[in-house]
Design a binder for this molecule. Structure first.
Ligand SMILES: [Zn+2]
Length: 148
């Protein structure tokens, strides 16, 4: 979930349904806060966006929340790598594609990238889920091979 929802966000509902039905198993763990913070910090450095703070606080109605370089995760249903990937995708999209829809194809591309990079869901699995649930995903940009 993201706080800045003044503009149109036409595929948000489909993304939530895809998560609940297709990715539910990945919500069923509790990750150490240190792992979540380290993972977020590394991703921010790697992709050249400002650091994001990660906190755990009880919220009503949602597992995670992103607003202004802050991610908050619910201790019961949000303290896991899937929710971190979702909220971190909001953070990176916000900084790299400021005019993109909150849950649009650019957001889904980053979400899928993190799930693949962290070996939770291969990118082809996310593409198949996106097809099944009618969720648009921008082409995944491959990182260039390391130079010699
Ligand atoms: Zn969201």
């Amino acid at each position: 979930m993201a706080a800045r929802t003044v503009k149109s966000d036409p595929q948000a509902r489909r993304v939530y349904v895809m998560e609940r039905r297709g990715l539910w198993g990945h919500l069923d763990h509790t990750a150490p806060l240190g792992l979540l913070r380290t993972t977020a910090a590394r991703a921010c450095r790697l992709h050249g966006v400002p650091p994001v703070s990660v906190t755990v606080r009880r919220m009503r109605g949602c597992g995670g929340w992103y607003e202004h370089d802050r991610i908050n995760l619910d201790p019961d249903c949000g303290r896991n790598l899937l929710m971190l990937a979702h909220e971190l995708a909001h953070h990176v999209t916000y900084h790299k594609h400021p005019h993109a829809q909150d849950h649009g194809p650019a957001f889904v591309r980053w979400y899928a990238h993190f799930l693949d990079a962290w070996r939770l869901v291969p990118i082809e699995g996310m593409r198949a889920l996106c097809r099944d649930y009618g969720v648009g995903i921008a082409p995944v940009v491959r990182l260039p091979p390391p130079s010699k």
